[in-house]
Each structure stands twice: as structure tokens, then as C-alpha cells.
Design a protein around this ligand. Structure first.
Ligand code: HEM
Length: 274
């Protein structure tokens, strides 16, 4: 992972390019803060009990798939999953800050490798938990989150492949795709909580944690960020001014939605458990 997250547009100077860069940087800054709030939650909720009691620390927590008596492998998968989550969610945005990469290149390299390994192990552990223990929601939810695991594994493999081949442009692009899919679980929480706050939960049965809105959010958690990233790549190339303005408008709207979600997730989901 070595691409500066949001490099300046290729054709500097025009007003659209300046606003394009500012919008992307604003999106990134708000997303990074939201990621680190989630990390604070992960560190304060999961690390102390696991440090004190190992996998048994997950006993009695809010995770339906957290601890099962006699299932050592499943418990290990759950404990390592939440431990590695801090590296994935905290490390992703850090990798994309250009100043960190240029000032601390060694740290950037070590974090990049740790991030990639953590994302791969988390996905495999997540697949194991979903398909051996189940979790909240229905089959559609299990399929959508499994799709994310597959995309994480593919993106990680492509990131390494192009790094080895020294094809830096492709390597950077795949590293950014990896960021989007590895952070999908964060987009899910933020997207869901914004929806709950703005609509009161239309299309969601909170008793069974199912419903059409959850089906959409389940796939949108990675398809939407990936689609926006591809559009961003195109805008960096030869997009017309009009194309860039459309991108700016869409990203600005999504940034407002994301900000609402970060606020709602922090107040309703993370802070109360910390
Ligand atoms: C790689 C990025 C991922 C991160 C950072 C991550 C993070 C987390 C965190 C923090 C939790 C604890 C729940 C909470 O308190 O919010 C959790 C639970 C869980 N995750 Fe992930 N996750 C990732 C990917 C996945 C994937 C790809 C799957 C499935 C294929 C998955 C399946 C699960 C399951 C089954 C639980 C337990 C939920 C329960 O107890 O019902 N995760 N994850």
C-alpha cells in the first residue's frame, strides 16, 4: 500500500480540479476520523477482556458468535478477528496519508504488510465464523459479507502480485481497492446507522435483523465504495469538467450521509459500549 490516498488531479489549475481535490480530501479526513473512533471502540471493548482471559474474555459479550463452549478453533477465530480488526481499521487510513508514507517509509512498509496479513486472516476467520456458527441476519446477509471476504482475498493477492512485478501503478490501485473492501464492515455500520437515524429504520426488521434495506446495505458496503473509487480513477485521467462536477456532487452527498452515519454509530453503537 503506497499510493498517496488522494493525489492531486492530473490537470491542475482549473476550478473543477481544485474543488475535486478538496472534496476528496474532505471525504478522506472525515472517513479517517470515523475509522479511528471505531478503533477506539475495538481497543477498549475487546482488548482488555481478551488480554485478561484469552478467548474466554469474549464470554457474555454482545457478539452472538463470540464464544462457544468447547469450540476452541471457532473461539480463536472470533478472538483473532476482533484483535486484528484494530490493525485493519486503524491502519488502512494511515497507509493512505501521503505525509506518513514520505516521512516514515519504513513504518509505511511494515504497516502495509501487517495490514494486508491482518485483512486476509480476518476474512478467512470471518468466513469460518459465518458458515460454521452463523451470525445475526439471514442467508442474504451471510452471502453479502462472504462476498466481501472473497474481494478482500482477491484484492490482497493482486496488490502483492503487482508489487512483486514492480508495476507500481496497478499495485497502488489494487491497494486502494483493498482499503475499500477491508473497510466495508465500517461502511456497513456507518451506512446502517445513518439509515436508522434518517428514516427510523424503514425496511429493517430489528427483531430478526433482516429486511430489504439490510440486503441493500449488505452489498452496498463494498460495491458502492468500489464504484466510487473506479469513478475517482477515471476522473484523475481524462474526465471532462462536467464529469468531474458530477463526481464532486455525488461524493459530497455521500460524505454528508457518511458524516451522519459516523455520528449515529458513535453515539448509538460505539460510545455506549466503551
Ligand atoms: C477484514 C475486515 C473486517 C473487520 C475489520 C471486521 C471487524 C469486526 C469487528 C470489530 C467485529 C465485532 C463486532 C462489533 O462489535 O462491531 C466483528 C465481528 C464479526 N465479523 Fe468481522 N470484520 C471484518 C471482516 C469480516 C468478514 C469478511 C466476515 C465474514 C465473512 C466477518 C464476520 C464476522 C462475524 C461472524 C462476526 C461476529 C458477529 C457475531 O457475533 O454475530 N467479518 N468483525
Amino acid at each position: 500500500m503506497s499510493e498517496p490516498a488522494m493525489p492531486a488531479s492530473t490537470v491542475p489549475g482549473t476550478r473543477a480540479n481544485t474543488i475535486f481535490d478538496a472534496t476528496v480530501k474532505t471525504w478522506f479526513a472525515i472517513a479517517a476520523v470515523g475509522h479511528w473512533i471505531f478503533v477506539a471502540y475495538i481497543l477498549s471493548v475487546f482488548y482488555p477482556p481478551i488480554a485478561a482471559d484469552g478467548v474466554e474474555g469474549l464470554k457474555g459479550m454482545h457478539l452472538p458468535s463470540g464464544f462457544r463452549e468447547g469450540d476452541f478453533i471457532g473461539n480463536l477465530a472470533a478472538a483473532s478477528h476482533v484483535i486484528l480488526a484494530a490493525i485493519v481499521i486503524g491502519g488502512g487510513p494511515l497507509q493512505l496519508v501521503p505525509a506518513v508514507r514520505t516521512r516514515f517509509p519504513r513504518f509505511h512498509r511494515v504497516l502495509g504488510r501487517s495490514y494486508l496479513v491482518a485483512a486476509v486472516i480476518s476474512s478467512i476467520g470471518g468466513l469460518y465464523m459465518v458458515w460454521t456458527r452463523g451470525t445475526v441476519g439471514n442467508l442474504i446477509g451471510h452471502i453479502s459479507i462472504s462476498g466481501d471476504a472473497v474481494l478482500i482475498l482477491i484484492s490482497a493477492a493482486m496488490t502483492i502480485r503487482y508489487a512483486i512485478a514492480r508495476r507500481i501503478r496497478e499495485h497502488r490501485r489494487w491497494a486502494m481497492r483493498l482499503f475499500m473492501v477491508a473497510s466495508a464492515v465500517w461502511f456497513y455500520r456507518v451506512g446502517l446507522m445513518a439509515w436508522m437515524m434518517l428514516t427510523g429504520g424503514i425496511g429493517i426488521d430489528t427483531a430478526t435483523f433482516t429486511g430489504p434495506a439490510l440486503n441493500v446495505i449488505g452489498f452496498a458496503q463494498y460495491l458502492l465504495p468500489l464504484a466510487m473509487l473506479e469513478w475517482y480513477f477515471r476522473c484523475q485521467g481524462q474526465a471532462t469538467e462536467q464529469g468531474k462536477i458530477m463526481f464532486i456532487g455525488t461524493l459530497a452527498g455521500l460524505t454528508v450521509y457518511m458524516s451522519v452515519g459516523i455520528f449515529a454509530a458513535t453515539m448509538g453503537m460505539w460510545l455506549p459500549r466503551m
